[in-house]
Design a protein around this ligand. Sequence first.
Ligand SMILES: [Zn+2]
Length: 303
Amino acid sequence: MTPFQPGFSGSLFDRADALRGDAAALATLLQHPQARLLRLQGFDPALTAEGALLWELLAGQSLPETGLAALILLGLQDGVPHFVPLQQHSAEAPLYRSPRTMEILSLLGPQDMATYGTARSLIDWHGRHRFCGKCGGATLAHRAGWGRRCTVCESEHFPRVDPVVIMLAEHGDRVLLGRQASWPQGRYSALAGFLEPGETVEEAVARELFEEAGVRASRVRYVTSQAWPFPAQLMLACTAEVQDAALTIATDELEDALWFTRAEVRAALAGDPDAKFLPPPAYAVAHSLLQHWVHSNSRSIDV
Ligand SMILES: [Zn+2]
């Protein structure tokens, strides 16, 4: 495992799965005098002056009569229940991250980021699953916000997670990074793509590297993972070896792709103004992956 903790990980909450379907226990949690409610501004978290998540006492908040149906139980911390409002919004609502969201993420500590990521993914999922995928009937939240049930056929639906492979191809002492035209100027990052049905992680890594950069990968190795809440990806970070470094770039997906040396990656991660590229932000797993690569491959040189 990497010694670098990826963003959106490290929550201290007890997710309290056993309580989610227990109506009596949930009613007790709602009455807990210290129960907390996460304050949101739209889909972004409200922050304290210190840059932490803003929690308010649940007691005294004006909640809809539906009570628990309007809340998601994020979990317990030291026995204290923490909730987030289950926002009702239309399918047209802007669900994806804005520049303001990115700015806030750069301020949050890792545990707050993990808590917000969980809340954000769940709120988004509820917003996009208001109707049953089997019969088209309306669905309602249940299990303290960790599921929805169809009001017509009674099917249960659960929050989904979509796996994505994100990888560094290695060729000798160099690593392959690409950039999309929409990214900030100079930014390069690890290539990535969604797994398809029927694929292993290793097969998806090899396919994506060939599709996007025209390189044939072998020896795929898992490094770490990260929950990415825009809206619900599980990033599976890997490295892979490449024998032939010649690139054929898929220009419909990438604006550019280049091989970078370890020294060049190290300079970029250190924020060197003369660095050859701008690295991904610290909360992105691509950043953790680059940190891992720089350190795991440098021991023989550093000593
Ligand atoms: Zn249904």
